[in-house]
Design a protein around this ligand. Structure first.
Ligand SMILES: C[S@@+](CC[C@H](N)C(=O)[O-])C[C@H]1O[C@@H](n2cnc3c(N)ncnc32)[C@H](O)[C@@H]1O
Length: 215
């Protein structure tokens, strides 16, 4: 059994109370919301805390240090992003949403774009880019393909996405991407990214990728 942090416990209480019927009351592995007819699952903020996609330090940065975040593949409910604003007290102008399905919760600045293609210039840079379970490498490619081809395609996509995120990050900013299950090729991605960003650094731990420009 995983030891849950105080933040995770608070997030669980908040998500159960705020979105009745979406998440189970008790913490459960794989606790996610799967609306009928929707191809995607959606995760409560407690999940993202448990994955260390967000933590107290990041929340403090957003709340007290004027830092900002772009959430890529936020989804139409914005559970995590609403937790940051409505529960944690982060200003709404510090939290920007994006997804290729152009539906977003009210009151947020949001952009519709496909993160596998060129990212738009939205006229500002961010301190964090979060990709909360949105890269979906394990389901994105045809599972009939041989493993080495899937790895090659995934590596190429990941390298492009990391470089695109650097285009909207402050030089000292960080990409935090969750949902990279069992990835074997992070060092190759780092090599490719370094052709454009020579000091780029990546850390991959427990399906979370942390990447920055090394500035
Ligand atoms: C598994 S859901 C996760 C949603 C949300 N981040 C969460 O944690 O609940 C994946 C999300 O990624 C978005 N997504 C998938 N492929 C995308 C793409 N190529 N460009 C932008 N968004 C994408 C989907 O629309 C969906 O909202």
């Amino acid at each position: 059994m995983v030891e849950r942090s105080e933040l995770s416990k608070k997030a669980k209480i908040w998500e159960v109370e705020t979105f009745p019927g979406c998440f189970s009351r008790e913490w459960a592995v794989g606790d996610m919301y799967g609306p009928e007819g929707d191809p995607y699952f959606y995760f409560g903020p407690s999940w993202h805390v448990d994955m260390n996609l967000i933590n107290e330090e990041i929340i403090d940065d957003l709340k007290k240090n004027g830092k900002s975040v772009l959430s890529v593949g936020s989804g139409r409910y914005g559970f995590l992003e609403r937790f940051l604003t409505d529960y944690c007290g982060v200003d709404k102008d510090k939290v920007v949403l994006s997804d290729n399905v152009g539906q977003f919760p009210d009151g947020f600045t949001s952009y519709k774009f496909d993160f596998t293609k060129e990212w738009p210039d939205v006229g500002r840079d961010f301190d964090y880019v979060l990709m909360p379970e949105s890269i979906l490498l394990s389901t994105r490619f045809d599972l009939e393909l041989p493993n080495h081809i899937v790895d090659r395609l995934s590596e190429d996509l990941l390298s492009r996405v990391v470089k695109s995120s650097y285009g909207v990050l402050e030089p000292s900013g960080q990409l935090r991407m969750s949902g990279l299950y069992g990835v074997r090729f992070i060092s190759s991605v780092e090599e490719v990214v370094r052709q454009k960003f020579p000091k780029a650094r990546m850390k991959y731990e427990k399906s979370l990728l942390l990447a920055d420009m090394g500035e």
